[in-house]
Design a protein around this ligand. Structure first.
Ligand SMILES: Nc1ncnc2c1ncn2[C@@H]1O[C@H](COP(=O)(O)OP(=O)(O)OP(=O)(O)O)[C@@H](O)[C@H]1O
Length: 245
């Protein structure tokens, strides 16, 4: 049974303040920013969860904790199933290498047999429609081209749990349609989806549940329409408050 569960998770970012601020102030040491404290979430087989929240609510951080990119300082992440994550157009790509070389490396890192890597690469090149650009360094790609490449990389995997963070909207309209179709086909084989996106249209297309988070806390977790309704309501209130200031 595929499942992903976060149990009493605590997570903070550690960072050094900006150089100018650091030199001018006496307390220039390492800072800590607490994002999640005693955070719990349990996602089951068949759940296609939209992750909602304003900028800075903690969506990307949460996805990275789920994916194992970040380790919580306390608590546990228990996952049953093969996870694949898409974190946008720059993560997992080496800009100095060509698109093709990046694909080859990705295939090798996933420990796939050579024949499968070559087959998948053909499919990805075809899907991304990058043409001759596939031989050029990724640093010369436009934003849309990078999205096509990194999104195409999803073709390498058959995952039980798909974690997708934003980024998808960066492609042109035509590619977006293609990407949507592709996600639909991936969803046939994956059992859990967690999808952070600011487009309600996309979220409604792919999700059946939603979790609304704010300042690292769950405000509501449940049926998609209900949570979207609450989110819109709260945003409306917030806008009204801001306008009144
Ligand atoms: N590398 C970092 N160092 C310090 N603080 C960070 C770092 N990355 C994010 N944060 C902080 O953590 C909190 C959660 O950020 P996160 O990126 O998870 O939000 P988000 O909901 O994904 O936002 P957005 O919708 O803008 O992408 C924010 O307060 C943010 O300022």
């Amino acid at each position: 049974m595929t499942r992903i569960r976060l149990k009493n998770v605590n997570f903070s970012y550690r960072y050094f303040p900006s150089i100018s601020g650091g030199l001018l102030r006496s307390n220039a040491g390492l800072r800590s920013h607490l994002v999640f404290e005693n955070f719990n979430l349990d996602i089951h087989d068949g759940d296609r969860v939209a992750l909602l929240g304003v900028n800075g609510a903690g969506k990307s951080t949460l996805l990275k904790i789920m994916a194992g990119v970040y380790t919580p300082e306390r608590g546990e992440v228990i996952s049953k199933g093969k996870i694949y994550s898409f974190f946008g157009r720059s993560i997992g790509v080496m800009p100095q290498l060509s698109g093709l070389e990046n694909l080859e490396i990705r295939g090798l890192l996933l420990n796939l047999p050579d024949e499968i890597i070559q087959n998948k690469i053909k499919q990805i090149i075809d899907f991304s429609e990058l043409g001759e650009a596939i031989y050029r360094p990724v640093s010369t790609y436009s934003v849309g081209m990078r999205t096509r490449l990194t999104f195409g990389m999803l073709m390498f995997v058959e995952a039980d749990i798909m974690l997708i963070d934003e980024g998808l909207g960066a492609g042109d309209k035509f590619f977006l349609k293609k990407a949507q179709k592709f996600i639909e086909s991936l969803l046939d084989s994956s059992k859990i989806l967690v999808f952070a996106n600011h487009s309600m249209e996309l979220l409604k297309k792919f999700c059946n549940k939603a979790v609304l988070i704010d300042a690292g806390e769950i405000i509501q977790f449940g049926e998609l329409d209900k949570v979207i309704h609450l989110y819109n309501h709260l945003r409306h209130l917030e806008l009204k408050t801001n306008n009144a200031k």
